[in-house]
Design a protein around this ligand. Structure first.
Ligand code: NAD
Ligand code: UGA
Length: 372
């Protein structure tokens, strides 16, 4: 197939690009950057276009017409940004993505649109403030693609602009499907992690996701911060499992994915953020720690202190993956510890040298130097 992959050099996009090329597809990769796909640059079936898709005219219509399938991964996908630049989040994640969908619809091309598990928002347990029987029952947090209601916070908790923009885009695609027989598939990822998930803090002034905050703290010897006590829970999905599901959606056997929404996630891998911090610290201590470098403290911080005003969180989310199991024959295979350990191993080997200089600035080394 000729596949146009927008956001191909991001975390998911880079793994997907590798898989598509290895399966013999021709890939046109569009992204601002290309460093996460550098190992494939020069591959004869890959064309890389470094492009900001927000520019007025840059040839999207032509690229869409030349493709059999369009995959759209472009978005701001880190919660720190939803709070800092909500208007840009709305613009990129809704307005710009809608333009892509409209061009696909115009030329009658199939679109795979990346949405998010954040569309589900919060659980009934979180809003009923304890007035619910058996509040920890996982059924309150098990989200199904076509049946679960969405519960988002108030407008002044503007973190929800991300979920809301993605939800609105999903609704518009659905409407195009009904009114114009537009063929789309929506994917709702549940916390994928793996190599290249985010840049670490020292490389950018960006705001990565929690894995990268914790990894940075471990490599740098600084505090691991638990926002609001770290009691919120996530189901971490290893990127290889995720790519297997996505590839099956790409291949769309007998059209089973036409106008469908798929949760992609590992329901068995639920863990609280506090337990994630402890697990990562234990793994680091056992597998990767260098002599003499202290393990970071794990501390509590308030959401406002960490993210600023307007932050609110999803308390818990467990994917119901019955649809992917039934229609695609897909099963996630990676457990939480191996998912986290393999991802950590990548970062330790990629980044340790970069951090060496900074470690010398750490208190214990400074104390040792000054006492000599
Ligand atoms: P990512 O940030 O790594 O990838 C997004 C890519 O889009 C980046 O490479 C970025 O450079 C590119 N991009 C952003 N703005 C652009 C612009 N104006 N022009 C050109 N390129 C631009 O994120 P990801 O984790 O790979 O997520 C991919 C998609 O999946 C997103 O739509 C995200 O909302 C969704 N998603 C991801 C997860 C996850 O677990 N990683 C979970 C839920 C939803
Ligand atoms: C993220 C993003 O919204 C999207 O990329 C995506 O839709 C979704 O993940 C996903 O991957 O499925 P979230 O899980 O809230 O959402 O993002 P993280 O930044 O990884 O935060 C996870 C939890 O850790 C939150 O409760 C957050 O408050 C907490 N956190 C974050 C900490 O306790 N400490 C930190 O240093 C960073």
């Amino acid at each position: 197939m000729n596949i146009l992959c927008l956001g191909a050099a991001g975390f998911i996009g880079s793994h997907l690009t590798g898989r598509l090329l290895s399966e013999g597809h021709n890939v046109v990769a569009v992204d601002y950057y290309d460093d996460k796909i550098k190992e494939w640059i020069g591959h004869k079936q890959l064309t890389v276009i470094k492009q900001d898709i927000r520019e007025e005219t840059w040839g999207l219509s032509e690229l869409v017409q030349e493709s059999d399938l369009i995959i759209d991964l472009i978005a701001y996908a880190n919660p720190g940004l939803y709070v800092k630049i909500p208007l840009e989040v709305f613009r990129l994640n809704f307005t710009e993505n809608l333009k892509i969908a409209q061009i696909c619809q115009k030329f009658n091309k199939r679109l795979i649109q990346f949405s998010t598990c954040e569309v589900y928002g919060k659980t009934p347990t979180s809003i009923l403030n304890g007035h619910i029987l058996d509040p920890d029952n996982p059924s309150y947090a098990k989200f199904g693609e076509d049946t679960t209601n969405f519960i988002l916070g108030p407008v002044n908790k503007h973190r929800w602009i991300y979920a809301c923009a993605k939800q609105l885009l999903e609704r518009v695609l659905h409407a195009y499907g009904i009114e114009h027989e537009f063929n789309y598939t929506i994917i709702r990822p549940f916390n994928f992690i793996g190599p290249r998930i985010d840049y670490l803090l020292n490389e950018t002034d960006g705001v990565p996701r929690v894995f990268s905050f914790f990894m940075d703290a471990l490599l740098n010897g600084t505090q691991m911060k638990l926002v609001g006590g770290g009691h919120h829970r996530r189901c971490y999905t290893y990127i290889d499992d995720a790519i297997e599901a996505i590839y099956r959606i790409v291949m769309n056997p007998n059209g089973v994915c036409d106008r469908e929404i798929f949760n992609v996630g590992s329901p068995e891998n639920e863990i609280s953020i506090r337990d994630l911090a402890n697990t990562m610290r234990d793994i680091y201590s056992q597998e990767f720690r260098q002599d003499g470098i202290p393990l970071p403290e794990i501390v509590d911080v308030s959401p406002e202190e960490f993210y600023g005003k307007g932050y609110e969180d999803s308390d818990r989310r467990i994917p119901d993956i019955t649809k992917a199991q039934t229609l695609l024959g897909w099963e996630p295979k990676w457990d939480t510890v191996n998912t986290v350990k393999t991802t950590m191993s990548y970062y330790v080997h990629e980044y340790r040298d970069l951090y060496e200089d900074q470690l010398w600035k750490h208190d214990i080394f400074q104390k040792a130097l000054t006492s000599e």
